[in-house]
Design a protein around this ligand. Structure first.
Ligand code: X8Z
Ligand code: ZN
Length: 613
């Protein structure tokens, strides 16, 4: 299980390669004399081979479950997870026995380090607790996947699932109707609360057993820097971008206040969470028609174009793939087209949250989505293919290296391509016409993008801020919801609509919480995608401002991308970032530079307004 599938309940790594299981413990004789470098190498290679088999089993079981949620499939997935966790309980302490051994070759040293941080959920060594933990995880993930709200629980026809409720939020402009849908989705999560608290206990116990202070400490240890420095790194990057976010927030709030009045939107307070067009207020793009800076001026309506030309899901995926091949990357394997789940099937429950997989660990690329005919899903397809391309280009590496340079890189690949979907590109592929490039068109275009990328930033940060606090006990189970809303308000400037109490469990209504997928990756990915875009633009010979660049059709632009992808996690991430971009640091300058025209425009609009909340 790995970062290329986005439901990594247990393990951060992608896998494949050698298949021979090997003993995991260092030989007893070695202990007396002190373990040697050769023994360390044998251990790392053996652990890798053993994990490969287990990961394959788990990946297959999870694919089956996610595409057909049944009790039997949940049980099989839980069993597969249990087997991975049992092996991890041996492997991680086994790897730690080689700490300080001298003369390790670079690969063995790297693999041992990766082994120690290669799980997102270590179980306690106690087998009963392990079974309990695996059961809880498949149970709450299933509650999310099957979640629906029924006005009459006896009558299926009164039920609405997440997709239906999201559509109300994005399409309606009636706050009462939106609020009702927002609240309805949050009826799926209160029942997860007790299980979630138990998961925290067991996960922390497992993390402590393998040498971490808690689960959050383990998650923060995945960035080739001391885990204690990750918070500072996040703060540094957020500091670069915060002024831009605050300007956007200020403008959006003022516009919504104009539209709905003081009773609905406090002109000086947080924006109520149900008004932003997205179930989690993490992406505000659906508000674009209401917020368009220069109304009717050269705006793009890709949703309309997709509908008018009746693009089906295959055309949408083919078009996304064609972008990647245009920059010199390989086509997806034939099996991708045969084995993927592109649309929501009839007659069975599936997990619609989009994900990308290499189920058999041998370039068995697949995506699982419930594709809708709209621009949002066109971008999500690119996002998922970015995962598939990573999987594809590192498939020849040893199993432990089949992963992103860090998890944020895996999330950034497809999104970097989306930055090249400029109005000019959309015109080239027939989804826009009469595109203009004057200042007003630029501001319109930037507004549309900022409502996605910039609005997302504090959300990308806060999901794991909440979990870190939950894992280290600063937020107790009695304060789960209050802690969530405190962060939402402080960081995002988004407020709870109506009374949210501890009878609710609003974090559980976000996929990655019951799915136990770390979220900081998406924050880092926002920063990295602009760095990568900039590097690809430079490689393509682009001249002019960053926001005018599309690398579509430039094989030269594919080179830095391929370099990054084919390194996997074989080297610390600064090496991979340097190979692709020349920089060894995550840096939000390209993002801020990209949005400079919009930021200037927002500052003018917001003059005389009190910003902040
Ligand atoms: O979960 C995802 C992807 C799969 S890795 C669809 N994303 C986050 C989310 O939906 O919350 C992409 C953006 C952030
Ligand atoms: Zn992703």
């Amino acid at each position: 299980m790995n970062t290329h599938r986005i439901a990594p309940v247990l393990v951060l790594l992608a896998c494949g390669g050698s298949t021979k299981p090997a003993p995991v413990a260092a030989p007893a004789a070695a202990e007396e004399a002190g373990p040697t470098a050769d023994e360390a190498k044998a251990f790392a290679d053996g652990a890798e081979a053993r994990l490969l088999e287990l990961w394959k089993g788990s990946e297959g079981a999870h694919w089956t479950l996610a595409t057909d949620i049944t009790d039997a499939h949940a049980e099989a997935a839980a069993k597969a997870d249990e087997a991975v966790m049992a092996a991890m309980s041996e492997i991680v302490p086994g790897a730690a026995r080689f700490d300080g051994v001298e003369g390790l070759d670079a690969d063995t040293a790297r693999k041992l380090a990766l082994l120690k941080r290669s799980t997102t959920l270590p179980a306690p060594a106690d087998a009963t607790k392990r079974t309990e933990l695996a059961g809880i995880m498949t149970k709450i993930a299933g509650m999310y996947g099957k979640g629906k709200h029924c006005t009459d629980p006896e009558d299926e026809s009164t039920c609405r699932d997440l997709g239906a409720l999201e559509k109300v939020l994005s399409d309606s402009t009636d706050p009462a109707v939106q609020l009702e849908a927002w609240q309805a989705w949050r009826t799926v999560s209160p029942d997860m609360r007790a299980d979630y608290a138990r998961f925290v206990e067991l996960g922390n116990e497992g993390a402590k057993e393998i040498g971490y202070t808690d689960l959050g400490d383990l998650w923060r240890s995945g960035y080739d820097m001391p885990s204690s420095e990750v918070r500072t790194e996040v703060d540094r990057l957020w500091g670069q971008m915060q002024p831009l976010y605050e300007q956007l927030h200020c403008y959006v709030r003022a516009e919504l206040n104009d539209q709905y009045g003081d009773d609905v939107v406090d002109p000086a307070g947080p924006i109520p969470a149900h008004l932003l067009g997205n179930m989690w207020a993490q992406d505000w793009s659906y508000l674009y028609p209401q917020l368009e800076p220069f109304k009717g001026h050269a705006s793009l309506d890709v949703d309309q174009a997709l509908a008018d030309q009746d693009w089906d899901h295959i055309q949408m995926v083919k078009t996304s793939e064609a972008f990647f091949t245009s920059i010199g990357l390989d086509p997806m394997p034939e099996t991708f087209w045969e084995r993927s789940m592109f649309v929501k099937p009839e007659g069975r429950e599936v997990e619609c949250h989009a994900s990308a997989w290499d189920v058999e660990w041998n370039d068995d690329q697949r995506i699982k989505m419930c594709i809708r005919q709209n621009y949002e899903d066109l971008t999500v397809i690119h996002h998922e293919l970015g995962h598939n391309y990573y999987n594809h280009y590192y498939v020849g590496l040893p199993p432990l290296y089949r992963n992103g340079a860090h998890d944020g890189f895996h999330e950034a690949i497809g999104d970097a391509v989306v930055l090249s979907m400029t109005p000019g590109y959309l015109e080239q592929i027939g989804l826009a016409e009469n595109v203009q490039s004057d200042d007003k068109a630029v501001i319109n275009d930037q507004m549309q993008r900022a409502l996605g990328n910039v609005a997302f930033l504090p959300f990308g940060m806060l999901v794991d801020r909440w979990r870190w606090d939950v894992f280290d006990g600063s937020i107790s189970p009695e304060e789960y919801n209050a802690g969530w809303w405190k962060l939402r308000t402080e960081l995002q400037g988004i407020g709870a609509p109506g009374d949210r109490t501890e009878a609710h469990f609003d974090p559980g209504a976000k996929y990655h919480i019951p799915g136990n997928t770390p979220y900081l990756r998406y924050f880092f990915a926002q920063v990295l995608q602009f760095q990568l875009h900039q590097a690809m633009c430079e490689a393509s010979g682009h001249e002019g401002p960053l926001h005018t660049c599309s690398v579509y059709g430039s094989e030269a632009a594919g080179e830095p991308m391929k370099k990054l992808l084919s390194m996997g996690s074989s080297k610390p991430w600064p090496d991979a970032l340097e190979a692709a971009t020349g920089s060894r640091q995550m840096d939000a300058t390209p993002l801020v530079t990209y949005f400079a025209p919009l930021q200037g425009w927002l500052e003018e609009q917001n003059q005389g307004r009190t910003c902040g909340w």
